[in-house]
Every structure is written in structure tokens, then in C-alpha cells.
Design a protein around this ligand. Structure first.
Ligand code: GSH
Length: 234
């Protein structure tokens, strides 16, 4: 059985989308990040970056001790390799998927995250920072839009790259973007939105709603972490 350490955020949704698409049995272990559960000692052992998602597989391909994985991109790759699904096996197809997965991990995710932080969470409204990340999100949407002009999904066939990108485009309005400016991306977005497994993954998320990151106690836990936070474990 796979244990998924999860909270319903974009990075969490990526993994429930995969597991629902592949019909892989799994058990959710909630990690309420607004309450600081990401700093519990047991969780830090499998996710030293104090971030969810993380996964423990007690029936790995090579058998033996359970395998634990943190970082959503690594988890998607692990699951694709375990199940043989949603990543092409041939060299070219595989790298079509992997490059767009890494594009999400290094670009779309972090830039949208900073966009959201400065536009919606920062107490101090900094016009330069807000514009910087809104513009970069805007640029990245155009990259995706161009890519999707002549193929159904980012890698061609449906893959872990789409599962990684979609949750980070769901809140496009919060990120100051107009999806009508990106017609190919909009077509892809609607296709993703209508997939039954994607709907199911988001439905599962609704069971775990905690306090929003704007709550003062949650904000204290989530924002302003430094090396000292890591050294003392929370
Ligand atoms: N690069 C990591 C990012 C994970 C991440 O940022 N998770 C957030 C929620 S989306 C989290 O656990 N935050 C807890 C905290 O900030 O302490 C991944 O893709 O897994």
C-alpha cells in the first residue's frame, strides 16, 4: 500500500491526480501545514525539506524495505516508473514528458507560488514583486499555450507533465491571468478539468480544508521560515 502524506494544495493535488488516474490503492496521511504538522519528527524523517507531498511505498519494485520519496516531481516519476503509466518508455517520448515535468518544477510552480505570495499573502504590497511574478507567470502561460497549439497534452500523450502543471494553473485568476488570452492552454485546461480522475482528486481535497494561509497563526508557521526553523525542527 502507498501512504501519501498530503494536504490539498497544488503540489498535493498532483499526486492524488496520478493515483486516481492509475487506480492505484493508497492511503492519505493528512499533513495540516497551517498547523505545523510538516515539522513532526516522523514526517521530517521522510521529508527533510518540511514540505508535503511525500510518499511511502511498502511494496516497492525491488522489494525489501519501504521506499520513501519527497518532492512532487520525484514522486510523479516514481509512480510512473512503478506503474508503467503516464510516461512514455521510448527515449524521445520519455524526455518529452520529463522536460515538461521539470519545467513545471523549476518554473511554473515556483513562479506561480511567488506570484500568489506577493499578490495575495504578503502584508506589505510590493508593486515590483507583484509585477515581476505576474509577468513571469504570464510569460510561462504563453510558453504552454504555444506548446499546446499542435498537440493535445504537453508531451503529446497524457502524462505526468500535465498532472504537474494543471494544479498550478487552476487558480489562474488569483495569479492575475486571463485564460482567454491563451486559447490552446484554455482548451487543454478544460480537457484536464473534465477528466473524471482529476475531478475525483479535487473532491478528495475538499475533505481536508484547514485554515487559509492568511490566518495569522498559519501565516506565522508558513512564512518567515529560516535556517533556525530547520535546525530546531519547527
Ligand atoms: N518542491 C516541492 C514543494 C512542496 C511545497 O512547497 N509544499 C508546500 C505546500 S504546496 C508545503 O508543504 N508547505 C509547508 C511549509 O511551507 O512549511 C514539491 O514540489 O514537492
Amino acid at each position: 500500500m502507498i501512504e501519501l502524506y498530503y494536504w490539498p494544495t497544488p503540489n498535493g493535488h498532483k499526486i492524488t491526480i496520478f493515483l486516481e488516474e492509475a487506480a492505484t490503492p493508497y492511503k492519505i496521511v493528512p499533513v495540516n501545514i497551517g498547523k505545523g504538522e510538516q515539522f513532526q519528527a516522523g514526517f521530517l524523517k521522510i521529508s527533510p525539506n518540511n514540505r508535503m507531498p511525500a510518499l511511502v511505498d511498502d511494496d516497492p519494485a525491488e522489494k525489501g524495505a519501504p521506499v520513501s520519496v519527497f518532492e512532487s516531481g520525484a514522486i510523479l516519476l516514481y509512480l510512473a516508473e512503478k506503474t508503467g503509466k503516464f510516461l512514455a518508455r521510448d527515449l524521445r517520448g520519455r524526455y518529452e514528458g520529463l522536460q515538461w515535468l521539470f519545467w513545471q518544477m523549476g518554473g511554473l510552480g515556483p513562479m506561480s507560488g511567488q506570484n500568489n505570495h506577493f499578490a495575495n499573502y504578503a502584508q506589505e504590497k510590493l508593486p515590483y514583486a507583484i509585477k515581476r511574478y505576474r509577468d513571469e507567470t504570464n510569460r510561462l502561460y504563453a510558453v504552454m499555450d504555444k506548446r499546446l497549439a499542435d498537440r493535445e497534452y504537453l508531451a503529446g500523450p497524457y502524462s505526468i507533465a500535465d498532472m504537474a502543471c494543471y494544479p498550478w494553473t487552476v487558480p489562474y485568476e488569483r495569479y492575475g491571468q486571463n485564460i482567454d488570452d491563451f486559447p490552446h492552454m484554455k482548451r487543454w485546461w478544460n480537457t484536464m478539468h473534465e477528466r473524471p480522475a482529476v475531478k475525483k482528486a479535487y473532491e478528495i481535497g475538499t475533505q481536508y480544508r484547514g485554515v487559509p494561509a492568511t490566518d495569522p497563526e498559519a501565516a506565522k508557521i508558513l512564512f518567515g521560515q529560516t535556517a533556525a526553523t530547520v535546525r530546531r525542527g519547527g
